[in-house]
Each structure stands twice: as C-alpha cells, then as structure tokens.
Design a protein around this ligand. Structure first.
Ligand SMILES: Nc1ncnc2c1ncn2[C@@H]1O[C@H](COP(=O)(O)OP(=O)(O)O)[C@@H](O)[C@H]1O
Ligand SMILES: [Mg+2]
Length: 345
C-alpha cells in the first residue's frame, strides 16, 4: 500500500511527533508498504510530475532527538519558506490524495484536535485513528471530563480559569494547573504552596488562554491503551523525581514503567473497563490511550483521553501492546487495518 506518514506540524509536541513519525515509517516499510514521510507544517518541497511517483523513492526525514524542552514555535515558523500562513505545508494535500492511506503520527494542536480529520473527510483522504468529533472532544480536557463523568467515569474536580480575569482566587491546595488543550505536560504544574499558584497560571497562560485548575489526586499513575475498542494491559508510570512532565516523558531512564502494572487484578480490570467506557463515550475509533490516577483508597480518576497517543520508544501504548505479544510493527499494522475498515463499513 502507498502510505503517507504525517508528523511534525506547528505543535508544541512537534519533536515528539517527528520521532513517532520516523518510527512508524520504518515499521510500515518493514511491513512492505511504500512510505513517504512528510512534516505537516513544512510540506513536501521537492518537485514531481505526479505525486504517485514519490512512493517509488525514499522520502524520510532527518534523524531526531527530543530535547529536554519543547521546541520554540516562533523559531520553527521563521525557518519555513512558504508563500502563505497555512498550517498545512505545500503539497501535503496533493501527496496525501495520491496515497491509499495517511498515517497520522501527529500529536497536539491541529493534527490531533479534529480539524485535520474534518478537512481530510471533506477531501476524501483516508487517515488513521479517530474521526474529527472524537478528536475535538478529547482535545478539550474540560469537555472530555464532562463526557467521561456522564458515562460514569470519575474525573478530578476543578474549575477553568481565563486569561485577563480581574483576579484569581486561590483554589484548595494541592492542585494541578494545565492548559485546556495541552499535551505532553507542557505548561502543566503541580501546586502545593500558595506562592506557587500565580507562577503556575503564568506558565500555563504562555500556551493557552483557558487553563484547568484541578484537585491534585494523590495515587499511582496508570495508563490504558485501547485498540479496536478493547483495553490493553495497564501500565504504571513512576517518574524517579517530580511528576510525569515533558522531560520525564521523553528522556530515557528518568521514569520507570511497569507493564502489566503490579496491581490487584480487580483494580486492573476496573481501569481497563473505565478506559473502554471513555473510548466509547467520546466516540473514539481504532486506538487511543486514557490517563488515570488510581487513588490510595482504590478510586480511579480519568485525567484525559489521547486520540493520537505517542509512538516513540518511550511511549506507553507500544509498551502495552508488547505486553500482549503485539510488536511495534504489529501495532502499526493493526492501526492501518482498523482504520481502513472504517471506510469499508
Ligand atoms: N488532577 C491531577 N492529579 C494528579 N496529577 C495530575 C492531575 N492532572 C495532571 N496530572 C499530572 O500531569 C500529567 C499531565 O496531565 P494530563 O492531564 O495527562 O495532560 P497531558 O498529558 O495532555 O499534558 C499527568 O500525567 C499527571 O502526572
Ligand atoms: Mg497525559
């Protein structure tokens, strides 16, 4: 099959996505597909007569390491030469149209918030994963929590705060401050002391005008991937220091992960059931990953749903798949098959 792997994009998570894209492309090639890897924001700047001819050549992106901090998007913007401000790079649409399928290895912003999915639906471009509505709901953590609660899955209590408000009354502590549509913990802070609250808001507002201020749930951090509606084993995440922030997520060796998590079978089953419930309630398709905290008293809280979970070597969903004997390539193949099946029904 001819497959475009789309990655990068103008998102805080572009570096993570470039790494996901690189690995997905490698896996798809191993599976025998013809693959063109394209950065959504930079597009394809080479020449061609017919975009179909690109699938007969090697089109990969340069190797990349994720640095300790998220990229500066102003610098990224300045480094592109394109005649317009489109968030979609030159020739992306033409090349995707020439493919049998576009594998979305994008994370965050326009690649994951449903807009690209909606555009591709209108253009009759086939893509992997969730559709536009589920993507849009999951990207809005506040709305997603309402959908989860309605479906009977417990979520942390909290409020939303907006940039430019006349005052910011102190919430009950400890709390977590995070951008409403963020990802990879960028702009997220745990607040234990009163004097940490305003700096946490200031950091969050650098990324978005609406922030969630949530009750901090003390417990064990557990994640559950769902593949074709069925939960994979639970993974437990134990950062060696601090919380599961950007650095602890993507620098090797800073976080211990246990999969399957060492939990009572009953707790693991409840987490898996909750993940499947969230997947259905949001209307997710093909695959996704839910983040939970298992509180000390056994209560589970869903923090968020990820419609395009990471596919890097440090990412959780590939580790969960491996625990049930699905290799990285196997996972990519399942995603491809499951996504194509959507178009056949
Ligand atoms: N209410 C909460 N209680 C405890 N920890 C939280 C809470 N919300 C977020 N966190 C921590 O912050 C991390 C990032 O939050 P999350 O909601 O998963 O957003 P994202 O991964 O999209 O940045 C979580 O993995 C967890 O470590
Ligand atoms: Mg998360």
């Amino acid at each position: 099959m001819n497959i475009v792997v789309l990655c990068g994009g103008l998102s805080q998570e572009r570096d993570v996505s470039l790494l996901s894209g690189q690995l997905v492309a490698k896996a798809l090639k191993k599976l025998g597909h013809k693959v063109v890897t394209i950065d959504l924001y930079f597009g394809y700047t080479g020449t061609y007569h017919d975009p179909r001819e690109l699938f007969t050549e090697e089109h990969t992106l340069a190797d990349l390491q994720i640095s300790e901090d998220a990229p500066d998007l102003e610098t990224v913007k300045k480094s592109r030469r394109q005649a317009n401000n489109s968030l979609i790079g030159d020739n992306v649409i033409e090349v995707c149209r020439a493919a049998d399928l576009t594998f979305l290895a994008l994370h965050g912003a326009e690649g994951e918030n449903g807009k690209l999915q909606g555009l591709f639906d209108l253009l009759d471009i086939r893509y992997t994963g969730c559709g536009s509505l589920a993507s849009a709901i999951a990207m809005n953590k506040d709305l997603a929590k309402k959908v989860m609660a309605e479906a009977g899955v417990r979520v942390p209590g909290g409020i939303t705060v907006h940039a430019g408000s006349p005052s910011y009354p102190l919430p009950s502590l400890p709390c977590v401050v995070k951008p409403k549509s963020g990802g990879s913990s960028i702009g997220t802070s745990l607040v234990f002391k009163e004097e940490e609250y305003l700096p946490a808001l200031e950091l969050g507002f650098r990324y978005e005008d609406t922030l969630l201020v949530e009750d901090y749930i003390k417990g064990r951090e557990c994640d559950v991937g769902v593949l074709m509606g069925k939960a994979l084993p639970v993974i437990e995440i134990c950062p060696k220091t601090g919380f599961y922030d950007y650095k602890n997520k993507y620098q090797a060796g800073l976080t211990d992960e246990y999969c399957p998590a060492d939990l009572p079978a009953e707790a693991a089953r409840r987490l898996q059931k909750a993940a499947e419930t969230v997947y259905r309630a949001i209307g997710m398709e093909v695959y996704g990953r839910m983040d939970f905290i298992l509180r000390e008293d056994g209560e589970i809280f869903c923090l968020e749903a990820n419609t395009l979970p990471g596919m890097t070597p440090m990412s959780l969903m590939p580790q969960e798949a491996a625990a049930v004997g699905i290799s990285y390539e196997g996972l990519c193949e399942e995603i491809v098959k499951g996504s194509l099946a959507k178009y056949e029904s």
